[in-house]
Ligand binder design. Structure first.
Ligand SMILES: [Zn+2]
Ligand SMILES: [Zn+2]
Length: 356
């Protein structure tokens, strides 16, 4: 076993504290990664606080992981010691179901579904998985991504969740040059959605409840901003969008956005894991509109978005923090006081461990 350290929560009321544990010895198809950076996703906050009522403790979050390959198992062919690599939200799936065969491991319909990078029962023994707020992680080669040289390693981290979660639906619903695309919410996911959709040639309008985010939206490349409480501004957008991506992570009313869709257009939700308020079926039917959902993206799509960001010089806007600042970062995420993603410099964890 590999002795490891990380930051974990003991229970739903606990903050994150230093935690010692063991990683498995690498199997022949495993890659051992020395973690350099890990993004702080809003879902880390939800999971640590058991807001989805499925958290197993200790909970060691982190699914936006970038690091260097430390060692590889004998069957690993794509990576070697020293390569810059990433790990996103998944570390395993059945590999044989229709979705897995099509490279959509994120929709694995195998008996156990896909295994989450943390808080995912590991097959076959059901032990809890631990994420990237740690010094090392051991991951099957298939679930390891290559980080292109053109990307700064710290800034690459949020692409592994926020990036692919927004890229996948933009691609699936074929966002193309000249289209009018809406992005609801301007947090970690929303800000990536704006950059990616703009790079795909779309005209992007941001819907936000925060007037102070207007300048940010334009700086990210948006061509319009609508403050949701402004009824006249909302009315002016009716029937005008080809596609709207809703990134709000809390329960909210989506009906005002349905009205903004053109005939046959789609509103895709990537945030809410809790049931929505009732949807106005009449408005859906009257415009032959579609309300859809999407969850992260497949492994090949994750590599695709990393490459896309490298090609288009897209990088998430990040604020680098030390591991000791992670509990404050959680509080700031809840207050939406982040532009737009915290990334933990994991050297600070190693330095902290060395002084203890
Ligand atoms: Zn995430
Ligand atoms: Zn599967």
């Amino acid at each position: 076993m590999i002795k490891s350290i990380g930051y974990a929560a003991k229970n739903q009321f606990s903050s994150l504290h230093s935690f010692e544990f063991e990683r498995r010895d690498p199997n022949p198809d495993d890659v051992v990664i020395d973690v350099l950076f890990c993004g702080v996703c809003h879902s880390d906050v939800h999971q640590v606080k058991n807001e989805w009522a499925n958290t197993v403790y200790p909970c060691l979050p982190g699914h936006e992981i970038v690091g260097r390959v430390f060692s590889v198992g004998e069957k690993v062919t794509r990576y070697r010691h020293g390569d810059m690599v990433g790990v996103g939200c998944m570390v395993d799936s059945c590999g044989v179901c229709e979705s897995c065969q099509e490279g959509l491991e994120n929709y694995c319909s195998g008996k156990h579904g896909w295994t989450a990078t943390y808080n995912g029962p590991m097959k076959p023994d059901g032990t809890n998985t631990y994420g990237g707020y740690s010094n090392y992680i051991v991951v099957k080669e298939h679930f390891v991504l290559s980080i292109p040289d053109a990307l700064e390693p710290a800034a690459a981290a949020p692409i592994l969740c926020a990036g692919v979660t927004t890229y996948s639906p933009l691609k699936h619903w074929k966002v193309s040059p000249g289209q009018k695309v809406g992005v609801v919410g301007l947090g970690g996911l929303g800000h990536m959605a704006v950059k990616l959709a703009v790079a795909m040639g779309a005209y992007v309008t941001v819907f936000t409840t925060h007037k102070e985010k207007e300048d940010d939206a334009f700086a990210l490349g948006a061509s319009g901003v609508i403050i949701e409480s402004d009824k006249a501004a909302m009315a002016s957008q009716e029937r005008s969008f080809d596609f709207i991506l809703d990134t709000i992570p809390q329960k909210h009313d989506v009906n005002p956005f349905i009205l903004c869709l053109k005939r046959d257009a789609t509103l895709c939700l990537v945030g809410p894991l809790e049931p929505l308020a009732p949807i106005n079926n009449q408005q859906v039917a009257m415009g032959r509109r579609c309300v859809a959902g999407s969850v992260i993206g497949g492994i090949s799509e994750t590599q695709e978005v990393l490459n896309f960001c490298a090609e288009h010089s897209i990088a998430p806007n990040i604020e680098i923090i030390g591991i000791g600042g992670v509990n404050d970062a959680f509080k700031r995420i809840e207050k939406e006081d982040v532009r737009f993603r915290f990334v933990i410099d994991m050297q600070t964890l190693k330095a902290e461990a060395a002084t203890n």
